[in-house]
Design a protein around this ligand. Structure first.
Ligand code: ADP
Length: 584
């Protein structure tokens, strides 16, 4: 509070005493003498008109009454004595002599007593008047003092009320700013992305903060743009706030550059402020620019418009800046999340691509055996077709034999197309499709594909009978098995022929999964390699990718199974994998 409360000065009490009361004693005596003189003069002047003895006293009585009224008892008695002497001297025979006779004594005694009585009455009245005056004076003085006190108290009270109103409105604004902050924090938690957060924040400033207009400014190559905005209903031409060169545009740009909250009221008449006409139309009186600052720098500016002159004092602006900081953290979080999601998508795409490449590479290694696989049914088709022709050329044609060879042609043709279908499925980049699978079928399909590359290898098959179905993707399990079998074949490349042995086993373990084992008699794996072989890009082969076992392990983990290796170095390697049963 800056107003100074000044005491109201007490009013001067004007004394209501008349001139009679203010006259000093000698003057009052002089007046009495003068009045007696006047009475003497009138009586003397009129003595020829009415020369009765009763006419001698009335004017002197008047003089005595007036003297007593004006001067009190002293001047009254003086006037009485002077009157007695004047009457005796001028109007009693023998005239112009002073000589009281005994016959005059009663007359003058009565006159003296009457004069004295009048004087005493006058004195009493005068005293009463004076007492009354003193009482009135002190009363007036008190009234003036009380009035001055009341006026001072009134001034203080008015100032206190104004101060209290100011404090209350400041408190209300702070309260609103707190609520805005809480709402912004909730908006961060509830929003799905940056855009939703910006729009919720603007809405919160209008609905909870009671402001007129709010918009979020972002700078794109130095151009200020409104990302989101909200206003009270009936707000006109809000786009003027962010239009280039428009209202608030410069303030937003400045705040963005400086990185500090900037508040202005229209009273400042700053060129950065909204145009008066636009502001008046929408009841805007103050503007606040809040930069959104995070570790990465300034992400934008939150612009808030109020209809109150004294809005955005330091406390309110500080609190709103803290709310803006919380919002900036939220935006930074959304941006990090978006960047992470993009990176994850890119990573997934790369992984899928790598898997496809790995499959293609595996298939490249299979080219020779595929050619062999296709060649066999094709050669059989040609042989059977020739045989069929020969049976038909016979006389008479051997139709039954020809029919039988035609059937064999069909069977071999189907075999060829099945091989091609399996290869195509492996090369395709299709999404995994879980279904109930017989593991032994998958094993047989892979053996059919790889048979030609195992001509010098003894195959020991030990497939469990009546195995329950497992839950899996056929192509992915084929891929796992193919990779393990080709690795085993590759590992036994330098092993002496009689010892080249590939063992394939399937069995049910603990009633919940099927275990598949692929064992070879290659050089095996050193103990420290047992885990390393599953890491991505680990390879000991000149043309290897080092992706096969890593992909196999990830496929099995996605199926809820496991893949691990065992080995006695020099005695070959054994790979096991498990796969859960298809739930009944
Ligand atoms: P790649 O075959 O492209 O090298 P893999 O992930 O399939 O990739 O295999 C990784 C490495 O594991 C191989 O380079 C090899 O050193 C080793 N390895 C895999 N299978 C066997 C095996 N049966 N016997 C010995 N070493 C093996």
């Amino acid at each position: 509070m800056t107003d100074t409360i000044q005491a109201v000065p007490a009013r001067e009490v004007k004394l209501a005493r008349s001139w009679r009361h203010r006259c000093p004693g000698p003057v009052r005596l002089l007046i009495a003498i003068l009045l007696v003189g006047i009475a003497w003069g009138i009586t003397f002047g009129l003595r020829h008109l009415i020369d009765a003895p009763s006419f001698q006293t009335p004017f002197f009585v008047c003089a005595i009454v007036l003297s007593s009224w004006i001067g009190g008892a002293g001047p009254g008695i003086t006037a009485t004595l002077l009157s007695i002497f004047a009457i005796e001297y001028s109007f009693t025979e023998p005239r112009y002599t002073i000589g009281f006779t005994w016959s005059e004594v009663p007359k003058f005694t009565v006159f003296f007593l009457a004069g004295g009585f009048i004087s005493l009455l006058a004195r009493r009245q005068r005293r009463d008047e004076e007492a009354l005056l003193v009482a009135r004076e002190s009363l007036e003085e008190k009234v003036c003092e009380r009035t001055a006190e009341l006026e001072t108290a009134n001034v203080q009270l008015t100032a206190e009320i104004a101060e209290r109103k100011r404090a209350e409105s400041a408190l209300q604004r702070l309260n609103r700013a707190w609520r805005v902050r809480g709402m912004l924090n909730r908006s961060v938690a509830r929003s799905a992305d940056e855009q939703e957060l910006a729009s919720r924040a603007c809405q919160a400033l209008i609905r909870v903060g009671g402001y007129q207009l709010a918009w979020l400014a972002s700078a794109d190559n130095g151009v200020v743009r409104a990302e989101a905005h909200a206003s009270v209903s009936g707000f006109q031409d809000k786009q003027e706030a962010w239009a280039a060169g428009g209202t608030g545009h410069t303030l937003a740009a400045k705040s963005m550059l400086a990185g500090v909250a900037t508040a202005c009221t229209l009273r400042d008449r700053s060129p950065d402020l909204p145009k008066d006409a636009w502001a008046a139309r929408n009841g805007v009186k103050a503007v606040l620019a809040l930069p959104l600052i995070s570790e990465g720098g300034i992400m934008g500016v939150l612009m808030v418009y109020s209809e109150e002159w004294d809005a955005f004092d330091k406390k309110e602006a500080d609190l709103l800046q803290e709310a803006a900081n919380d919002m900036a953290q939220g935006i930074a979080l959304f941006r990090t999340r978006a960047a992470k999601a993009t990176a994850e998508t890119a990573l997934k795409r790369t992984q899928e691509e790598l898997e496809r490449v790995a499959r293609a590479t595996t298939m490249g290694e299979l080219t020779a055996s595929i050619a062999h696989e296709i060649n066999q049914p094709l050669a059989a088709v040609v042989t059977n077709a020739n045989a069929c022709l020969r049976w038909l050329d016979r006389e008479p044609p051997e139709l039954d034999e020809a029919r039988e060879t035609a059937r064999r042609i069909i069977r071999d043709g189907k075999r060829g197309s099945e091989v091609l279908a399996r290869i195509r499925a492996l090369l395709k980049n299709e999404a995994p499709k879980h279904e109930p699978l017989a593991v032994n079928e998958v094993v047989e399909e892979i053996l059919a594909l790889t048979r030609s590359s195992m001509t010098d290898i003894v195959l020991v098959k030990n497939l469990g009978e009546d195995l329950p179905l497992v839950d899996g993707d056929r192509v992915q399990l084929q891929q796992v098995l193919l990779n393990l079998v080709l690795n085993a074949v590759e590992a036994m490349k330098d092993t002496e022929e009689p010892q080249k042995l590939l063992r394939l086993e399937t069995r049910l373990t603990n009633d919940s999964e099927v275990e598949v084992t692929v064992a070879d008699t290659g050089p095996g794996l050193a103990p420290e390699m047992l885990d390393r072989v599953f890491t991505t890009f680990f390879t000991t082969k000149a043309n290897g990718l080092g992706m096969g076992l890593a992909i196999c392990r990830s496929i099995l983990e996605q199926h809820g199974g496991k893949l691990w290796a065992e080995s006695d170095p020099g005695a070959g390697a054994t790979f096991h994998f498990t796969i859960p049963l298809n739930p009944p």
